[in-house]
Structures are given as C-alpha cells and as structure tokens.
Design a protein around this ligand. Sequence first.
Ligand code: 5GP
Ligand code: MG
Length: 459
Amino acid sequence: MCGIIGISDHPEASKIAYLGLYALQHRGEEAAGIASYDTQVHIIKDRGLVFDVFNEAALDSLKGSVAIAHTRYSTTGSSNVKNCQPFLVTHRNRPIAVAHNGNLTNTEELYRKLEDEGSIFQTSMDSEILVHLLAKTPNHDYKKWFVDMLAQLKGAFSVVFMVEDTLVGARDRQGFRPLVLGKLGDGYMLASETCALDLTKAEFIREIEPGEIVIIKGSKIESLFLPGCDKSKKAQCIFENIYFARPDSHIFNDNVYLVRKRLGAQLAKESPVKDADFVMPIPDSGVYAALGYANELKVPFEVGMIRNHYIGRTFIQPSQFLRDFRVRVKLNPISDVIRGKKVIVVEDSIVRGTTSRSRVREIRKAGAKEIHMRITCPPIIFPCFYGIDFPSSEELIAYGKTVAEVAKFIEVDSLEYLSLDGMLSVMKDSGAFCHACFTGKYPVDVPSNKSKYQLEGKA
Ligand code: 5GP
Ligand code: MG
C-alpha cells in the first residue's frame, strides 16, 4: 500500500506535498519522496518516515509550482533505495515522474514484452513499467497519450504523473484504491485520502472516478475516461474501510470512522457476548469498531490497553528476560482495569494471527477472567493482488481452519467474525466493493506468478 499526492499551480508545491505526506504516513512507512518542477525537475527520496527523509533545506531545494509525492509500503519489489518513489526518467529531454498506489496484475506480461522490445529496467517495481509504456506510446496529444498508455494496464492503480509542469492523475477502471481531488488556491491537489486535503486546507471537490484521468496544467483541469469503464463493475477495496485508511478520511463516498462504527454495531448484533464487564479495542485500529460494538450492545467501553506512539525502531534485541518486549513496547494493558473481568476485545482484522495472539496473552497476564474476541470483518483466507500485503493463503491464519481452531491459536475463550453479508450491509453501495480476500472472487484476473518479488528473479 502507498500514499500519493499531486499538487499543481501552487508557489510552495513541494511544501504542500510534504504536509500531505505527513497525513498519509499511515499508508506507507518504508520510504518517502517528492519530485517538483520549475524549469527543471528536482527530486528527493529515501527510505524512512517522512520526518526522516526531508529537512528544511531539502524542501527549499524542491522548487516549483508542481509536485508529486509518495509514501511507500512495499507490495512489489523489496524495500531498497532504488524502489523508492516518485520514479523519475527523462525521455527526449522531457522529465517524467510517477507515484503509484496499487498493484498491477499484468506486470509480468508487460515487463517481458517491454524487455523483448529493448527496455532496460532499473528497479523491481511494477510502477517503473508505467514510464516505459509512456515513453513508447505516441505522445503528440496528452489526452490520447495517457488513455493509450493506461488502457494497457490491468489491476489496481491510483497514480499521479508529473510531465514537466503538467500533473496527471488516474484511477483504474475498478477504482480499487482511493484518489481524491481538492482545490488549493488557483490550483489543484490530488491525494489518496481527504485527510491530506484537510491538513493542507485544500477544499475537497470530489473523488476521481474509477477509470477517470484528469490532466491538470496550471489552474486548468480536463477529465476523460478510459475505454470500457462500467460503473456496475466498481470494486473498491473494502479493507481500506476496515483497516487501512485514516478514520478522518472520506473515501468511497463515505466517512471511514462512521463505517467502522457501523461495522462494530453490526458485529454486536450478530455476535453479542452476555454479561461482559466491558468492551475494549486493540488500539489504535480497533478503537472505532469497538465504540460501535459497545454502543450497540449497551456495554461500557474501556481503553484497557495503551499504545505508545513513539516507538520508532529499537535496537534492543529481546533476550529471554525481555522476551515480550516487542509486544509491550507498543501496547501495554492496564491491569487495574482488566483484572478479574470478562472482556470483549474488538479488533478490525486478523491476518497472520501472531500479533493478536501475543496481545491476547498480555491481556490474560493482566488478569482478565475471560477474553471474547470479535473481529469486524470475515476471515481473511485469500491473498490480495491489488495492493494489500496479504500473503499466500498458507500464511493467513484463518486459511484451512475453522473459527474454533483460530480461537485456539489466538488463545481466546471465544472468537467470532463479522459475516460477509453483515459487512456489506453497512456499506453505502455494497455492490461497489472488492472482497476477494474473504471470498476469493477476484474482480480482475490474478497473475499466474504471485510473488511480490516477481521481477527480481526470486520467485
Ligand atoms: P495478526 O494478529 O494477524 O498478526 O495482526 C492483526 C493486526 O494487524 C490487526 O491489529 C490489524 O489492525 C493489523 N493489520 C491488518 N492489516 C494490516 C496491514 O496490511 N499492515 C499492518 N502493518 N497491519 C495490519
Ligand atoms: Mg491493528
């Protein structure tokens, strides 16, 4: 998963982009980058958090009124410096930079075809394919150029390009990943989520539609659509609502916080627990759903565990003595609240099951009498090919197991998941979502080579 930003026609484009990246830090913590353009292109990118990658001097050097930016969470290619974005090339003296969120599903076909035609790739990211395709597509007219290029892609892409001083934004035909448009002074801002517009005081205009391309030059914006767009085939990633997006964002025509509360309330209707003392979330991601659950069940809500927001990266290797250190440094249960209590623990999702198990152990050690876990999505049993790092089925804890078996692994007294119908029932447009990770119903054909390292010869 990644976060992307595009800014046009603003005297401090790179600084706005930087603030926007701060708001999108949750979408990727591995690397960050900004490219800007005045009469030439400027770019700074590196591994690390937004705060680590930029300082004042760096931002001052990113001159120009147009910028694109990216925070990275690797889904294709490993986490090395070459794979940071924006990805920049110069073709016939024209700089082209791209920042991409999502995974293409025809990566391998496109890569092999381009290599057969003589392309030389520098990275193992599917995003590099975009600039090679651009360079090869006849480009007398921007509209035709981008439609012809983007029409060759399959799978998930929300993407921003900067070609000299022109900003282009686009979303794949299914609209897997979010992308929103805002007005910023005379110019425009594109961002993965509206929380980035809020921070920079850009005014939300609308979402970029699935299959839409916007071409922005200065304060002028043009919109066009990829051929073959079909509104009835929208497949927005429901996991953005469940876990990924920030709760203060408005994406997919809804507010993420309110969706999560509704998911929690629906779960309480489906799977209540009798005579519980209180509902507690696993912070932070489970908080909003737990609120919805507690309100619906009319059971008190307690914060039984505190999250440390300053952990960063630690150099201490846990010894036998400090064996639970990694879990406790991030989340510490409040034993005075938990001791002797029958607790309902609400969590947004279980993926591999390992962190859930260690947190449950901590709650148990803090003295809980009974632990009943409730999850606001169905069991995740299929990998994601559209940008979320859900691994092979074998690594997913719910794959091939009954709910009772997962409960045993997580070491809880009871475990219930939200039903598929229940989850969809609280969405505003329930037919417009991809839920392949729960159902295996992939809206776009999945690649035959499923490794995220498919372009590194490791697969
Ligand atoms: P598990 O118990 O499966 O090891 O971890 C479940 C936890 O991981 C939940 O708290 C959930 O919020 C979180 N989670 C779900 N999806 C992702 C993801 O894509 N990345 C990260 N870092 N955490 C995730
Ligand atoms: Mg979580």
